[in-house]
Design a protein around this ligand. Structure first.
Ligand SMILES: [Fe+2]
Ligand SMILES: [Fe+2]
Length: 473
């Protein structure tokens, strides 16, 4: 497969050259429960963002045969005057039942309470908040959570789930968080019990949790049954093996979540085009997908990264994306301003930029942390980073997360290692107009052909990947 990637990269390069060249809810966050209690409940509830803040998507496992799942929603903690929303049942490999319910008609800027019902015992009352129209808000960005383990009894799965929970507890204590973004590799083997672990933190039941597919999530079909998001692209010239691209808005921002394990650039292009067209007034365009395009930290992946840059950056440039959130390499990096694969503004040593003439790429480190490892000093501004990177931070066995604060004319990214009092780096992007400094040029001619080559490759690649998933069982 790597050989095929190299061949495709060469073909695409040829085409290119030949072309014209109060923390969330104090009540909710403090409601820690033990791992054993969580497994006994066995529902793995999480909430996801709706198309905007008038909706919330609720997902959980299990239920009584023949009973339609529902979510009761009230403005009061005692659940009086609750409204009931019915949903649908989804199944997948080793997933007997995943309940998907969409709550609609919410008012922006309010607190709501909810319970999930499926014919067994109703879940405990939890709360969530919606963001007011155009209001400032903050989001957490993580990637490579890598919940890992071979069974519910496996200590590794409990430990990785607890690290994930502790990181969210620390991050949500810093600021009022309205969204949790995760850039893929949520689970290491894509197994059902790993996703149970992923939904252990109480924060994913009170703050909408948006995930992208990582290459590890695509090892099995479990994610397909548990992913429940709005405006999802589930069909196309070459669809994703599991779930698909989706988008939503929050405050003044449009979030575009892409499946970078799907090389069908044609499908991604039209997905982003339609999403942008449907939300012309969004001030911020944020894209999230799994693969690290520019970090350059892992030499053996550079041919794949070159291919992915050819497939994704023309879309990012054309639709003037402000910030791209990625993961995969497990190495934190933040880029200079990039447009058409060239640095348009050097951000080395800078803490702010105004009207950048292109896009900034933020790659997160992993949340992996091994309790028995010896602490190692981080490496800052390493010699492993590529020329595109303004700063990197290699923290071994230390989780890294980011808090993105959206304000009317600025977006501030603060990056933290778990346990640190202050961010190790931060950057504020200022925009004086909706377009900011983004060039407004049509897509390069070579991409007219290039994006279809990515689609053909994905059609072929899907066949071999389906075989690999079937072999894993
Ligand atoms: Fe990973
Ligand atoms: Fe990965």
């Amino acid at each position: 497969m790597k050989k095929a990637v190299r061949i495709l990269a060469v073909v695409l390069s040829f085409v290119l050259i030949a072309g014209t060249v109060l923390p969330v809810s104090a009540m909710a966050v403090s409601e820690e429960i033990s791992w054993e209690e969580y497994l006994n409940e066995g529902k793995g509830v999480y909430i996801g963002p709706g198309a905007d803040d008038t909706e919330m998507y609720v997902t959980w496992y299990g239920g009584k045969d023949g009973v339609t799942p529902c979510v009761k929603v009230s403005e009061k903690a005692d659940m009086s005057d609750a409204e009931t929303f019915e949903g649908t049942i989804h199944t997948g490999y080793k997933v007997d039942r995943s309940n998907h319910v969409t709550v609609t008609g919410l008012e922006k800027g309010k607190t709501y309470y909810y319970v999930c019902c499926d014919g067994t015992t109703d879940t405990e009352v939890k709360s969530f908040k919606t963001v007011a129209e155009g209001a400032d808000f903050s989001a957490i960005y993580v990637s490579d959570v890598h919940i890992t383990g071979n069974s519910f009894e496996d200590e590794t799965i409990r430990d990785t789930s607890k690290v994930w929970s502790e990181v969210l507890t620390e991050a949500t204590a810093r600021e009022d968080i309205s969204l949790i973004l995760s850039g893929g590799d949520q689970a290491t083997e894509g197994q059902l019990y790993e996703y149970y672990g992923l939904f252990y933190p109480q924060q994913v039941k009170t703050i909408p949790f948006a995930m992208a597919q990582g290459n590890h999530d695509v090892k099995r079909y479990t994610y397909d049954a548990v992913a429940n998001y709005p405006n999802a692209k589930l069909t196309g010239l070459s669809k994703s093996l599991i779930h698909g691209d989706y988008y939503f808005t929050k405050g003044d921002a449009l979030f575009l979540v892409l499946d970078s394990t799907n090389s069908s650039a044609t499908d991604h292009y039209f997905f982003v085009k339609n999403a942008v067209k449907a939300n012309p007034d969004a001030k911020w365009r944020i894209m999230m997908f799994h693969h690290d395009l520019y970090g350059g930290h892992i030499e053996s992946r550079e041919s794949e990264n070159m291919l992915l840059r050819l497939l994704f950056t023309p879309i990012i440039d054309r639709f003037q994306v402000d910030l791209v959130l990625t993961g995969h390499s497990h190495c934190f990096s933040r880029s200079h301003v990039i447009y058409r694969n060239e640095i348009t503004e050097n951000l080395a040593g800078k803490t702010s930029v105004t009207d950048p003439k292109g896009t900034i790429y933020l790659n997160n480190g992993s949340l992996k942390m091994n309790a028995d490892s010896q602490p190692q000093a981080p490496i800052i501004d390493s010699d492993r980073k590529s020329e595109y990177i303004a700063t990197d931070y290699l923290a071994f066995d230390t989780p890294i997360y980011n808090i993105l604060s959206f304000e009317e004319n600025s977006l501030t990214i603060k990056s933290y290692t778990y346990g640190a009092e202050t961010p190790f780096t931060e950057l504020t992007i200022n925009k004086t107009t909706q377009q900011g400094g983004h060039p407004d040029k049509p897509t390069q001619l070579w991409f007219v052909i290039g994006k279809y080559i990515g689609t053909i490759y994905n059609i072929i690649n899907n066949i071999s990947r389906q075989g690999e998933i079937a072999d894993r069982g």
